[in-house]
Ligand binder design. Sequence first.
Ligand SMILES: *Cc1c(COP(=O)(O)O)cnc(C)c1O
Length: 243
Amino acid sequence: MTEAYAQTLRDNILSIRETMAEAALRAGRRPEDILLCAACKTRAPEEIRASAQLPVDCFGENHAQELERNWLADAYVNDAEGRRPCHFIGHLQTNKVKKVVGRADLIQSLDSVHLADAIDACAARMGLVQDVLLEVNVGGEASKTGATFDGCRALLEHASGLEHLRVRGLMTIPPVCDAEDEARRWFARMRGFYEELRDAGAAMDILSMGMSADYAAAILEGSTMVRVGSAVYGPRSYPGKTV
Ligand SMILES: *Cc1c(COP(=O)(O)O)cnc(C)c1O
């Protein structure tokens, strides 16, 4: 990792923080009430470690193996303040649960009863309570993971009977939108659903929505946590393509 890249990380993160604060103030909200989760999939441990010295609140991992590798490499450690929280934000298979429970401070992608039971059983064996978010497929897209609104209601009901699982809120990735007002409509629907569950008695305090392309729109509609990847670290490169 070069000095120039460290400078780029700093510029990117400070600029995102500024945009987040502007959106918060525009919505009549306090900037400190919205967390920045750095989505660090595919990044090298030393790049993540460099970003951990900057004002990010937590890290979001998509793959159990990367979480394990980065954890063991101390990639989430801020030199002055210690390890920053690490979240799991990708699709979680039940056979990977034991690599993630107890390491992830929050699993943001719970979307089935089967997975809830697996996480609860693993957390019970480890003697801890695992915080989770329910992942909502707000656009009802076949290509995406996440539960429907009704699926979430059922999942919440089921989770209330699990002692080692605590549902802290909701996460979503809305359909890709060309226009900001279209994105805002999806975020507003999520906010409505979140408020509905809270009004019905769910003790939730996290609404995780907004990524590089739309985090300001998400904040205007009530997001309490944005998950930002490419705007922090630059474009992701996979063998043969850039995403
Ligand atoms: C990759 C990813 C993000 C960040 O996406 P960017 O567009 O790079 O900001 C956010 N959430 C999830 C679940 C992701 O997989």
